[in-house]
Design a binder for this molecule. Structure first.
Ligand code: KIV
Ligand code: ZN
Length: 517
């Protein structure tokens, strides 16, 4: 692979992605996703913003310690205390990178930073020098670059490269740029910064006008060689550039771009799926590359064309993005060896104790469902292994419902609350309402149910239902997830999971940090 044509993928799902409403992850979930980013072939992962909270610091440190050959970046403002804290968190990684940022647009300098341009240049240089005192792998981001004066941008970029920055990131922080002008800006800065050949140019695009991917691709054509992206495009506000769309555009249209990358594209679907299940936000059906409809051909003309020659209506194969339909199916006769192999092929590296738990759960599911597919296995691992330890546990739920209108839907629930067995029974407008009412009665709280979604993990009437709920109480919001072949049980699990997360947030006094002030 020639260095000139190599695009580096910088994934910020664990940092900018986590700023997406409702996408907070606990430590075990972050570690699991970080491992998957390595399997996916990401070059650099941004693990978090260590100075923003103690929880973020600990997560970044744990990710850095677990990481293999991937570069691990930590984000920090251009201020000494942030930089020191960032280094402390990432120093144990094999390849640490400090990513420091400072705004360069007149708007941000005047109203947010309240600093004169000369002072901003000085802060940027001093910040980068401090980073270089820790590591040679330093990235500088000129926040709001797309709305910055181009000549001032060149001045800042030249100064920070002289100070030792090796990657220069030019973000479209507010998703304002359009592809032609964004590409033009990249060309301009590279051409008009005398020492630009000493750094890799990077872009980081937000999706407020739906141009994140288009802007990123245009910038790569114009000479940028690092793309900052997130899985499924999650991120602040309307999100960031989606990793899978850029990776596949570069692959499918290699004739146009002539650029290469290290993303193992058959890991795209498993990665998006893992994220969706972790944050409890299902992949929209029409999402490019990974949505349920992305390879579905509905119209008769299209189906006919596909039967005659696949390429009439398909520009890439489902297998190339990891959506093989050949999932080898586990059943109730599968042994531990087969299940262990399946878990390894899906990228799960479990301890013996975890393997036993998953083995039992797969056997239980296989008693109820004929075929246990890859998606079922992934759902089980998330359900059984990557949950925070619950102080409220659901032991059993029973529901009766009828359409006569004479007897209201009734639920009975048995739970453990802080180690004590508790039970209750009650009614509701519908079966789901009855179950949630009884759980509320047992835990003595009444959170607001902000959303409730049901998804089938696979096809078929015996498919596992995957329920996601979002609860809000006392100013905190939490997402919970549950899966089970019976959607009412899945709903009860999701509700209890969200209650546990809500309690944890209240205990930790967790607050959403502001990354841009
Ligand atoms: O959007 C942005 O400008 C950022 C920077 C911190 C890179 O997220
Ligand atoms: Zn951003």
């Amino acid at each position: 692979m020639s260095d000139d044509n190599r695009v580096y993928f910088f994934d910020t799902t664990l940092r900018d992605g986590e700023q997406s409403p409702g996408a907070t992850m606990n430590l075990a979930e972050k570690l699991r996703l970080a491992r998957q980013l390595e399997v996916l072939g990401v070059d650099i992962m941004e693990a978090g913003f260590p100075a923003s909270s103690q929880g973020d610091f600990e997560a970044v440190q744990a990710i850095a310690r677990q990481a293999g050959d991937i570069q691990v970046a930590g984000l920090c403002r251009c201020i000494p205390s942030d930089i020191d804290r960032c280094w402390e968190a990432i120093r144990d990684a094999r390849h640490p990178r400090i990513h420091t940022f400072l705004a360069t647009s007149a708007l941000h300098m005047k109203h947010k930073l309240r600093k004169e341009p000369d002072e901003v240049v000085r802060m940027a240089v001093e910040g980068v020098k401090r980073c270089v005192g820790y590591t040679a792998n330093v990235e500088f981001s000129a926040e709001d670059a797309s709305r910055s004066d181009r000549d001032f941008l060149c001045r800042v970029v030249e100064a920070v490269i002289d100070a030792g920055a090796t990657t220069i990131n030019l973000p479209d922080t507010v998703g304002y740029a359009q592809p032609d002008e964004f590409a033009e800006m990249i060309r301009y800065v590279i051409a008009n910064t005398p020492n630009s050949s000493r750094a890799v140019f990077s872009v980081h695009c937000h999706n407020d006008l739906g141009c994140g991917v288009a802007n990123t691709l245009a910038a790569l054509k114009a000479g940028a060689r690092q793309a900052e992206v997130t899985i499924s495009g999650i991120g602040e506000r309307a999100g960031n550039t989606s990793l899978e769309e850029v990776a596949m555009a570069l692959k499918v249209r290699a004739d146009l771009y002539g650029l290469e990358h290290n993303i193992h594209t058959e890991q795209l679907y498993p990665s998006c799926r893992l994220l969706a299940m972790t944050i409890g936000q299902p992949i929209p059906a029409n999402k490019a590359i990974v949505g349920a409809n992305a390879f579905a051909h509905e119209s008769g003309i299209h189906q006919d064309g596909m039967l005659k020659h696949r390429e009439t209506y398909e520009i890439m194969t489902p297998q190339s993005v990891g959506r093989s339909k050949t999932d080898i199916v586990l059943g109730k006769h599968s042994g531990r060896g087969a299940i262990k192999n399946k878990l390894e092929s899906l990228g799960y590296d479990l301890t013996d104790e975890q393997l036993n738990i998953v083995f039992e759960a797969i056997k239980n599911l296989a008693d109820k469902k004929k075929k246990v597919l890859d998606e079922d296995v992934a759902a089980i691992v998330l359900e059984e292994i990557y949950r925070i330890p619950d102080s409220i546990k659901l032991r059993s739920v029973s529901v009766s419902t009828s359409d006569s209108g004479k007897i209201p839907p009734t639920a009975a629930v048995l739970m453990d609350v802080d180690g004590e067995e508790c039970s209750g029974a009650g009614f509701g407008v519908g079966a789901v309402d009855a179950v949630f009412n009884v759980i509320n009665q047992i835990v003595k709280r009444e959170p607001e149910l902000e959303s409730y979604t049901v998804n089938a993990v696979t096809g078929g009437t015996d498919a596992q239902g995957e329920v996601t709920v979002r609860l809000r109480d006392n100013g905190y919001a939490a997402v919970g997830r549950g899966s089970h072949p019976d959607v009412l049980v899945a709903g009860a699990r999701a509700y209890v999971n969200a209650l546990n997360r809500l309690e944890k947030k209240e205990r930790d006094g967790e607050s959403k940090h502001c990354q841009h002030c």
